[in-house]
Every structure is written in C-alpha cells, then in structure tokens.
Design a protein around this ligand. Structure first.
Ligand code: 2AM
Length: 177
C-alpha cells in the first residue's frame, strides 16, 4: 500500500505570542485542566486532510499555490471549552473574512480531493488543552493577542516517543495590499 502522512493546513503563531500564551495559560488554568499542548505545537488549523498519499499531497499543494489571499490581522480574544471533544481553545471573537475565505477554499479543495471534511462549521481555534473533559472555569475575557497573518503552511503530524510533533512541509505567502 502507498505510504501516507497525516497532514493539515494551518496558520502558525509568531514565537513571542506562542510564549505569551503559554505564560498566560500557566497562570489562568488549573493543573488539572487537561493535557497542555506544547508551545511549539500551538497553531490554527485551516483544513485537516487526514492520512494522505504523496500524490494527493502534491495535487493539494498545487491547488493551495493557486490561492490568492491578502494578509489579514487576527485578534485572539476569545476562549472556550468543547466538553465532547475535550478541547480548551483560544480564538477570535470575530473571525476576519480573509481567514474564513481561506479555510473555506482549502476545505473545499480537500473535500473535492476525497479528504473527509467534518460537516461541523469551521470554528477557528488554537487548541490549548486536550483531554479536558471536566468543565473548567474559563479566564476573564480580558486577554487579547493580535498579529498579522502573512502566510499559511502545510504541516505533517508525527507521533514519536509519546509526543506529537508538527513539521512545516511547505508555505505560501499572502499578498500585502
Ligand atoms: P483540534 O486542535 O481541534 O483537535 C492536527 O491534528 C490538527 O488538525 C489539530 O489542530 C486538530 O484540531 C485538527 N483536526 C481537525 N480534524 C481532525 C481530525 N478528524 N483528527 C485529528 N485532527 C483533526
């Protein structure tokens, strides 16, 4: 059988925002909240592709490279918990149009290429904790991190020695207008 890799398109966070979020998380959530996501793994998924072949990866990268997307500002000022999936997340209260357009496009291309896409609406988020199946008191909504998104990337997800590691495989810049 052809070899496959577990892939997804995502936005990275600037390093300094990753580390600010980690400090904030450490002081605003109990230790028992769930399994914290490692600093380097904080990202915002645009489209999850699942385990796909090198051929499908190439085809999806070609389509991704044809997307023309302007850069946009993203403000992370909302947090929530999904008890069913055990996720505590950070996200924008109001998602920028550019982010929604890009995710729609990538998800549609993935679906047309046979990658299963959840029927749930896209809810842009950065997972802070997994296995958070007990309700946690969320921090007061007085936090906000803003940055300019200037590119998106294809990531592979690798599970090694009990840890999930993400690797950037390819990046596509947004246009500045
Ligand atoms: P999550 O953070 O909400 O779990 C890599 O696994 C990324 O793809 C994660 O950000 C994860 O979102 C997202 N993802 C979306 N659908 C997924 C699925 N069916 N299985 C695993 N990850 C999925």
């Amino acid at each position: 059988m052809a070899e496959t890799r577990r892939l997804f398109f995502a936005l990275a966070l600037p390093d300094e925002i990753q580390s600010q979020i980690i400090s904030w998380r450490a002081t605003h959530f109990p230790l028992s909240a769930g399994k914290p996501v490692a600093q380097a793994n904080l990202h915002l998924t645009l489209a999850f592709l699942g385990d796909i072949s090198a051929d499908k990866q190439r085809a999806l990268c070609q389509l991704a490279g044809r997307i023309r997307q302007s850069a946009f500002n993203l403000c992370l000022n909302d947090a929530g918990q999904w008890l069913r999936s055990g996720v505590i997340w950070l996200g924008p209260r109001q998602a920028p149009r550019g982010l929604l357009q890009l995710a729609d496009m990538l998800r549609a291309q993935a679906a047309r290429s046979g990658c299963y896409q959840t029927p749930l609406p896209f809810h842009p988020h950065i997972t802070l904790y997994r296995q958070a199946t007990q309700a946690v008191a969320l921090p007061a909504p007085d936090f906000s991190w803003s940055f300019r998104a200037t590119e998106f990337a294809l990531y592979s997800s690798n599970f090694k020695q009990g840890r999930t590691q993400y690797q950037v495989l390819e990046k596509w810049p947004f246009s500045e207008q």
